[in-house]
Design a binder for this molecule. Structure first.
Ligand SMILES: Cc1cc2nc3c(=O)[nH]c(=O)nc-3n(C[C@H](O)[C@H](O)[C@H](O)COP(=O)(O)OP(=O)(O)OC[C@H]3O[C@@H](n4cnc5c(N)ncnc54)[C@H](O)[C@@H]3O)c2cc1C
Length: 486
């Protein structure tokens, strides 16, 4: 069997590496076809902790790949300036660790108590261990006598990660062909039969993986699978990227609200990645670039900015006929929680579980499509909630986001549960929505924005129920087991 992956971006090489590893004992030849002329998207520098599992599956240690990709650890996303009216400057959405099993309950109990109108602390940063690791700039490794696992993601140079994965996949016998796919021929039943390169090359295969980025040459352009845009409640459709020297080397991504969107700050070992994600309906690219430059102190600098358009949404079917789409070709939810590679990875894994060495049934394909669509939808709900709940008043953009009532039933139900003092954990379970953002994440967002039912409106959230749980002492004690990073 020949599996042809078209596209040599991060998605293509992640798929090639995992396929080659899992199917090493089978007669499956994996080929990556990559255009020498079409560039990769060149962004995507933050991950979730699932990338840790990705490298574990490939038996690659942090020290084997991180230095090659200028990578740093990532414990948190810090959201700043999203909800000024609630009196909260910033809050952390951490990756949760085993230690948080002790603190999640006090946190959600406090949130519930405050929803009932009592003045207790609900700032997520004080409850979750990764905020302490970030603040004290510690490494995530612990001695054997402290048996709690720390969950972390990474920041990395996306081009270098692609190169590293290409080298690894080639060691696993993945074939690499440089050619631009020009036309595609189909069999009588509408499957993909072969690819034709712009210089007359022909590539035949039995199964094809579309990793061609936003252009989606195989799934959307050739097989005609339609794309559902999310622009009715995710307004951002463009980004500007501008690197600077490292300013803040903390192991966290910063997500800072701007006049018509937000900007990220990602520390790598050799530079800081910055990008402004915004909506062209509300702000022109020139104005957005000026605002980004100003916020980075680069108004007079000649460092070049890269402008990108974003197609936000997902395809109707992620796997159609003998073609699977992965990465930007299957869909993209804007990068606010850096979920794209996470979705790529879990799509690859659930595809491999169902592919059955090529003997898959239609039911396997349907089940995969249903599951993948639901995952995209549930990540979308979480991202949309950030915009819906903002309390900024500095532009029409923020007002339009707040006023927007085109929300999914699942999100409306979740918000209703929160504001009517219902059981958020139960609602998430009922919706089966915890595959990526579970109970603790939703509480961080809702409490982090300071959005509480009316009863709590006059409660600043500074009461001392935090100390009652003795968590401060507990978390600081745990911190003693970690070494400082340089
Ligand atoms: C502004 C922005 C910020 C982002 N931030 C994050 C983040 O923090 N975290 C995260 O996980 N993700 C992020 N992403 C998403 C992330 O960049 C992508 O998911 C990831 O890079 C994978 O891209 P890809 O491989 O699907 O596509 P690409 O990188 O675009 O690669 C496409 C490949 O297809 C090849 N190709 C295209 N057409 C043809 C053809 N006809 N013939 C042969 N080859 C072809 C190209 O040569 C290229 O190799 C971000 C995206 C954007 C736009």
């Amino acid at each position: 069997m020949r599996i042809i992956i078209v596209g040599g971006g991060t998605a293509g090489w992640m798929a090639a590496s995992l396929f080659a590893k899992r199917w090493a004992h089978l007669p499956i030849q994996i080929t990556v076809v990559e255009s020498p002329d079409i560039k990769t998207v060149g962004v995507g520098e933050g991950s979730t902790p699932t990338l840790q599992q990705f490298f574990k599956q490939l038996n690659i240690l942090d020290e084997d790949w991180m230095p090659h990709c200028n990578a740093t650890y990532k414990y948190n996303i810090k959201f700043s300036g999203w909800s000024p009216d609630s009196g909260i400057d910033s809050y952390n959405h951490p990756f949760f660790t085993q230690l948080d099993t002790f603190t999640e309950r006090p946190f959600t109990v406090n949130c519930y108590t405050r929803r009932l109108g009592l003045d207790v602390i609900t700032q997520p940063d004080t409850f979750f261990f990764n905020s302490y690791l970030t603040e004290h700039h510690k490494l995530p490794y612990t001695p054997d006598n402290f048996p709690f696992e720390i969950n972390y993601g990474y920041h990395f140079d996306s081009q270098k990660l692609g190169q590293f994965l290409m080298g690894h996949a080639k060691k696993l016998a993945v074939e690499h062909k440089l050619l631009t796919v020009d036309t595609v021929t189909l069999t009588d039943n509408g499957d993909i039969k072969e690819l034709h390169g712009s210089r007359g090359e022909v590539v035949k295969g039995e199964f094809f993986v579309d990793c061609t980025g936003f252009r989606s040459q195989l799934l959307q352009q050739t097989l005609g699978v339609t794309f559902n845009s999310f622009n009715d409640n995710l307004f951002n459709d463009a980004a500007i990227v501008l690197p600077t020297q490292v300013h803040n080397a903390k192991f966290e991504t910063q997500s800072i609200a701007m006049s018509n969107g937000w900007r990220w700050q990602i520390p790598l070992t050799h530079r800081q990645g910055n990008g402004y994600v915004y909506s062209k309906d509300f702000q022109s690219p020139d104005k957005a670039e000026q605002e980004l430059r100003q916020s980075l102190g680069l108004l007079d600098s000649d460092v070049e900015a890269m402008h990108l358009n974003m197609k936000v949404g997902q395809v109707n079917k992620h796997w159609h006929k003998n073609c699977l789409a992965l990465g930007l070709s299957q869909g993209f939810i804007e990068p606010l929680e850096a979920t794209a590679l996470h979705l790529v990875q879990i799509s690859i894994e659930s595809f491999m579980d169902r592919f059955q060495n090529g003997n898959y049934q239609e039911t396997d394909r349907d089940e995969f499509n249903k599951l993948t669509k639901a995952r995209f939808d549930s990540v979308r709900d979480y991202i949309v909630a950030h915009y819906k709940l903002n309390t900024r008043n500095d532009s029409d953009y923020w007002q339009a986001n707040r006023d927007n009532n085109i929300l999914s039933d699942s999100l409306l139900q979740l918000l209703d549960t929160w504001f009517t003092n219902g059981d958020v954990a139960q609602e998430i379970k009922t919706q089966n929505a915890h595959s990526h953002f579970g109970n603790a994440s939703w509480h961080c967002l809702l409490a982090g924005y300071g959005t509480f039912p009316q009863l709590a409106a006059n409660q600043p959230g500074t009461g001392d129920q935090f100390h009652e749980h003795q968590l401060h002492r507990f978390l600081h004690g745990c911190l003693l087991n970690f070494n400082a990073a340089k």
